[in-house]
Design a protein around this ligand. Structure first.
Ligand SMILES: Cc1ncc(COP(=O)(O)O)c(C=O)c1O
Length: 469
């Protein structure tokens, strides 16, 4: 990290913790230069960065001031409402029409599902691709196709071990991203017509997979901070023949909610009691802002009931389409399903990632990535507090790059989506995250892109549109 970025972070922390209050003057460039032992130009660069993040503003001939938050930070959304016991899923049309309109590269990408590609070490990965291909024997190219690249599988197993999960390498199947892992996982434990417990709201692809496999959703409400409502899940598992669960235990998409360890244990006990497998979607675990990665429910799995799905798409290599599944007692069925459909992800992509994990400095890259995402989250929260109308609520997750906004009841997020798109701003409207197309007054916004004047202007415009409802 550069010196001015460190200084900007120090001051941002003073603002975040309230030591520097809204409206208060921050130290002059000369004072800051003396007290932090850096040059005036470093202080200027730090202050410009804080201005871009929307945390301070310059006033002519008076210096820099902490921006007022137009009220205090926005409150947290409430527990999501009760939902019908079971729902036929049919959201694909809506999801495709929303996703199709996000493709324009000139929009402000608040609706995107990915962080900015600028945050990924693409040049270093390309070097890994070249050198690993040079060393790959023709025999390995064929061998790696079915099982997965052996080096990559070792590296993945090692990462599980470091996060405290012992995982035999034989449990791993390398897949085309997490989405294939999730598809195969669910397919291995269900048949058309079965009931599957899912979160509400949930990642829209989960709804599409259920739709494709003709499964019925049992939507379980999710608390915006604490995660899935275990009381409702317990009741549904007791009264309905649920065949599988599909949940995210950490940094849930779209809410960012995480179960703490005791709630993870309670959830696992329920699965054990009813012998229901869990498809655990864990693609954001490495994007934690705290010191340690959260423990997956897979870490508690003594019976092979958890099908744990991960990916490099969100942390390292979007577009390489490399993910994996640790399939527990369903591993063989999953591996066979994969052989019957896609056989394998591209071997060059696998070897490139394996080489990068060994030699490229993945942990250093992750530290920088998490840091950028957390700073950008602060900027978006501060901006929302300035521009969005009273009555808006928002999550504040400890990881990932999504914020979930609950707007005043009269706001129609599908209408907001259309208005915003016409002004070059994308967002993900609430109904695409629900089998019953609820959450009409909610939206998910992505803060995975560098914060700058365009982002600030887009938030201001969104604020004006929100007030027009
Ligand atoms: C929660 C969640 N699971 C899975 C995926 C799919 O991951 P991949 O790109 O590795 O297939 C995504 C991507 O948007 C996601 O948000």
């Amino acid at each position: 990290m550069k010196r001015y970025e460190r200084l900007a972070d120090t001051i941002a922390e003073l603002i975040r913790t309230g030591i520097l209050a809204p409206g208060e003057r921050i130290p002059s460039v000369r004072q800051a230069s003396q007290s932090y032992g850096v040059s005036p130009s470093t202080v200027f660069q730090a202050y410009y960065l804080l201005e871009d993040r929307g945390l301070i503003q310059a006033r002519a001939r008076s210096g820099y001031f902490v921006r007022s938050l137009a009220g205090l930070p926005l409150p947290e959304p409430q527990l999501t409402p009760a939902v019908p016991p079971t729902t036929e899923v049919g959201v694909s049309e809506l999801v495709f029409s929303v996703l199709g309109s996000l493709k324009n590269p000139h929009t402000v990408p608040f609706g995107s599902a990915f962080p900015s590609p600028d945050l990924f070490p693409m040049a270093r990965l390309a070097r890994s691709m070249t050198s690993s291909l040079r060393n790959l024997s023709p025999h390995d190219i064929i061998a790696d196709m079915t099982a997965g690249n052996a080096d990559l599988m070792r590296q993945i197993a090692l990462r599980y071990m470091v996060s405290g999960v012992r995982l035999p390498i034989e449990e791993l199947v390398v897949t085309n991203g997490a989405l294939e892992a999730l598809n195969l996982g669910l397919q291995s434990v269900t048949q058309a017509g079965d009931l599957v417990a899912i979160e509400s709201p949930t990642f829209y692809a989960c709804l599409q997979v259920l739709e494709r496999l003709q499964l019925k959703a049992v939507e379980i409400p999710v608390h915006p901070r604490d995660g899935i409502d275990l009381a409702v899940l317990r009741e549904r598992m007791g009264s309905l023949p649920i065949k599988a669960c599909w949940f995210m235990s950490s940094f849930q998409n779209p809410l960012g909610a995480s179960l703490d360890n005791s709630r993870k244990q309670q959830l696992y006990n329920l699965l054990q009691e009813h012998q229901v497998p869990l498809i655990e979607d864990d693609v954001y675990a490495e994007l934690h802002y705290g010191e340690r990665p959260p423990m997956p429910i897979k870490g508690l799995d003594s019976e092979g009931l958890v099908i744990h799905c991960g990916s490099f798409s969100k942390t390292l290599a979007p577009g390489y389409r490399v993910g994996w599944v640790a399939g527990g007692r369903f591993t063989e069925r999953i591996a066979r399903l994969k052989l019957m459909t896609t056989i394998s992800p591209s071997v060059p992509a696998q070897t490139a990632i394996a080489d990068y994990l060994q030699h490229g400095g993945y942990d250093r890259h992750l530290r920088k990535l998490r840091h950028a995402l957390q700073r950008q989250q602060e900027a978006m929260l501060a901006s929302a507090a300035r521009h969005f109308p009273k009555g808006t609520r928002v999550t504040q997750p400890d990881g990932g790059y999504f914020l979930w906004f609950e707007f005043p009841e009269q706001v129609d997020s599908l209408q907001l989506f259309r208005l915003a798109l016409a002004q070059g701003i994308s967002l993900a409207p609430g109904p695409i995250f629900s089998a019953s197309q609820s959450f009409r007054h909610c939206a998910r916004l992505n803060h995975g892109h560098a914060w700058g004047p365009d982002s600030e202007r887009a938030m201001e415009l969104l604020g004006r549109m929100l007030r027009s409802f």
